[in-house]
Design a protein around this ligand. Sequence first.
Ligand code: GDP
Length: 297
Amino acid sequence: MAFESLSDKLQNVFKNLRSKGRLTEADVKASLKEVKMALLEADVNFKVVKQFINSVTERAVGQDVMNSLTPGQMVIKIVNEEMVALMGSETTEIKLNNSNELTVIMMAGLQGAGKTTTSAKIAGKLKAKGRKPLLVACDVYRPAAIKQLQVNGEKQGVPVFSMGDYQNPVDIAKAAIEHAKSNDLNVVILDTAGRLHVDETMMEELANIQKAIKVDQTIFVVDAMTGQDAVNVAKSFNEQIELDGVILTKMDGDTRGGAALSIRAVTGKPILYVGMGEKLSDLEQFYPDRMASRILG
Ligand code: GDP
């Protein structure tokens, strides 16, 4: 189960806090030190942890908290609020143009992150909202990626545009846009190629697409199980091909929580959705407050 160890540890800290009638500054600081350790063990980026603990400490050691009737509860409430803030507070949607105007979404990420699957999941969501999406196979390197997109597109009842694996992704994207316009489709979702590691050719390819066509939303797909690595990869993508939002996949696995808690603070970009399984319906909107409640138990 995701966050199990982090949740268990935090709940222990909170149980101790609740059991005390009065709290001294030393009590609060000792508890926050335990919170800090639990976050670091959950693979949260250390700078993010430091900033987080500073913000909580600043609010939690004041007289208002210490003299309140339930100081333990107050500290817990502050941890909760700061955690929600860390993940962006608000729920953010993929920004779409008006239905009569084409919206181009480019999916980016490393190989195996879940781009192809997530592209089809998003297409399904957009279709359910009354949009007319087109899935586009720009991943011309990974064997079977085109077929996978076609199979998933069919399951979603969404058309898939492909030109085989000999064409340049920029040309495919351009042709797909023409195809969408002449077929009354209003959202183009480009499933691009990933690599096993951040690599210059991949970044150039994505940057070239952004230069050649008007991409409205660049969405970074990343495997939550990879923890801090996910955050580092997000950072380097964001530096090279500015991102609009992030989708964390495989949140149904036993991720420790590091990526969910750090990615927003490190990149400044919101988490839009979380992938909760391999089925095409397993994509959930991201709610920072619900995620914090899940983590804090
Ligand atoms: P791509 O290389 O980035 O296009 O990645 P794929 O879409 O092919 O996904 C890689 C693997 O991860 C596939 O086996 C997917 O079924 C799986 N996958 C994608 N998203 C999720 C998710 O949210 N949860 C789980 N458990 N598996 C996922």
